[in-house]
Design a binder for this molecule. Structure first.
Ligand SMILES: Nc1ncnc2c1ncn2[C@@H]1O[C@H](COP(=O)(O)OP(=O)(O)OP(=O)(O)O)[C@@H](O)[C@H]1O
Length: 264
């Protein structure tokens, strides 16, 4: 069974198309980089998989079933800037809020719930952060707490929205390695959303690239290529590799606001 299937899916907000007629499938156990410039539709795609928005057309299948809100089989890490409201609560309480809707340690969590939260913190190497208020933590430490929360309840797939944001290269590598290792150990699909491809080059099995309302899926070499991206954007795109990094350059389209050179 595939972890995720999109069959000619169109996603809209108030009639405005974000993705049009997108089809792909992701097998269980795959580590997928969900890539695309700001506003390409990555978060929107995750929201559709989570059952938070319904497709305007086509069909989505998640572990063989239509998407449903609150699907416990999915571990979801929202973008940090949207997720962390109560900066005073501890890392442990934040993770626990995903187990039974606990707020500020209330209702008092059962020992099974506490155990689940510790297990998740352990998996991401963050038990030392359990008692510290979120407001005190560095960007990388907060990302770990958010990822720990997504691991609650033994999910069968992980959707991570920009886990690399605000991290330096060393911490990016550490997070990618940890998530990769967790995905492999649990044998689950990971959809790792990022607007930067370079940190993910060696880790991903495949990339799902969103641009111009469309999607391309395949290996990095297959997808991040001049011909494929030119077709996607409908304009001439150059892909340049310099010192092991990939740069995507458009002649007459801005892939990222204010820049004609988009360092993916
Ligand atoms: N709730 C909403 N209502 C209307 N339009 C929205 C809503 N959320 C997102 N959009 C629009 O949909 C498009 C895709 O947004 P989305 O957040 O999915 O992109 P993204 O690839 O995740 O971008 P980023 O890398 O900046 O997070 C954007 O043009 C955005 O303005």
């Amino acid at each position: 069974m595939n972890a995720i299937e999109f069959d000619k899916v169109t996603l809209t907000y108030g009639g405005r198309r974000v993705l049009s007629d997108v089809s792909f499938s992701i097998p269980q156990g795959a580590f997928i980089g969900l890539l695309g410039a700001n506003g390409a539709g990555k978060t929107t795609m995750l929201r559709a998989i989570l059952g938070l928005i319904k497709p305007a057309g086509g069909a989505i299948s998640v572990l063989g079933k239509p998407p449903t809100r609150g699907n416990a089989a999915i571990g979801y890490m929202p973008q940090a800037r949207r997720a962390l409201g109560d900066v005073g609560i501890s890392g442990l309480d934040f993770v626990l809020s995903a187990v039974g809707g606990h707020r500020w340690g209330w209702p008092i969590p059962s020992s099974a719930e506490k155990e689940a939260a510790w297990k998740a913190l352990e998996a991401i190497g963050a038990t030392d952060l359990a008692r510290r208020p979120l407001g005190e933590l560095s960007g990388g430490e907060r990302q770990r707490i958010l990822i720990a929360q997504s691991l609650i309840g033994d999910p069968q797939m992980l959707l991570l929205d920009e886990p690399l944001i605000s991290l330096d290269a060393a911490h990016q590598r550490a997070i990618i390695e940890l998530v990769h290792e967790i995905g492999e150990r649990l044998g689950i699909a990971v959809l790792f959303c990022s607007h930067e491809i370079n940190p993910l080059l060696r880790a991903v099995d495949r990339v799902l690239y969103l641009g111009n309302g469309k999607a391309a899926i395949g290996s990095v070499d297959e997808v991040i290529s001049g011909p494929v991206l030119s077709k996607l954007y409908g304009t001439h795109i150059n892909v340049v590799r310099v010192a092991g990094r990939i740069f995507v350059m458009a002649d007459d389209v801005e892939l990222e606001s204010g820049a004609h050179v988009h360092d993916l």
